[in-house]
Design a binder for this molecule. Structure first.
Ligand code: GAR
Length: 205
């Protein structure tokens, strides 16, 4: 199975969805490392209690030298044998160094239907724009923030009375289905995706 690293900054619910997918024998990936730039990230404890290798690398001591921070991240990823990287709520902008080092092998999940609403506060902005359909996107990471090639999307309706919390929860539930399904397809594009509801989920997109 292909060793994958997951980068987080916080809660790690998408990471948890990936961990659960990896429990399926037919899933093409295993998680080689969970790494956070936030030493207090709740997701680190979740990953450790699942028996996974974890690491934290606080960005603050590096000050403005983002690349120096990323060089250490890159070393940890390689040391763990990762062949692909999933950003899962990793809230740091990447420099061309890390993007280039993992080109074509680094995925991100974003809580909107890109190219609409890149950046932050996507649910608030979707509500303010009055869209009737919202969702999430898994894409390859390139130098432009939230701009890489789209690998998969899941859509949800915006319902009367929604606020950012209710809409965000509806999107998050789809994120948890989408990310494992898209990762599996990216790693093994020709394989029939057994297990989970990945194949069914992908048909909706
Ligand atoms: C998720 O909604 C993810 O799409 C978003 O942060 C949340 C992390 O939640 N990512 C971004 O906004 C990236 N720009 P999680 O830690 O529970 O997976």
């Amino acid at each position: 199975r292909i060793p994958v690293a997951v980068l987080i900054s916080g809660r790690g619910s998408n990471m948890t969805a990936l961990i659960e997918a990896c429990r399926e024998e037919s899933f093409p990936a295993r998680i080689a490392l969970v790494l956070s730039n936030e030493p207090a990230a709740a997701g680190l404890a979740t990953a450790a209690s699942a028996g996974l290798r974890t690491a934290s690398l606080d960005h603050r001591p590096f000050g403005r030298d983002r690349e120096a921070h990323e060089r250490e991240i890159d070393a940890l990823l390689r040391e763990a044998g990762a062949q692909a990287v999933c950003l899962a709520g990793y809230m740091r902008r990447l420099t061309p160094f890390l993007v280039g080092a993992w080109s074509g092998r680094m995925l991100n999940i974003h809580p909107s239907l890109l190219p609409s609403f890149p950046g932050l506060h996507t649910h608030e902005r979707a509500l303010a724009a009055g869209v009737r359909i919202h969702g999430c996107t898994v894409h390859l990471v390139t130098e432009g923030v939230d701009e890489g090639p789209i690998l998969g999307q899941a859509a949800v309706p915006v319902l009367a009375g929604d606020d950012a919390a209710t809409l965000g929860a509806r999107v998050l539930a789809q994120e948890h289905r989408l990310y494992p399904a898209v990762l599996a397809r990216h790693l093994r594009p020709d394989a029939e995706q057994a297990g989970s509801d990945g194949a069914a989920a992908l048909r909706c997109f």
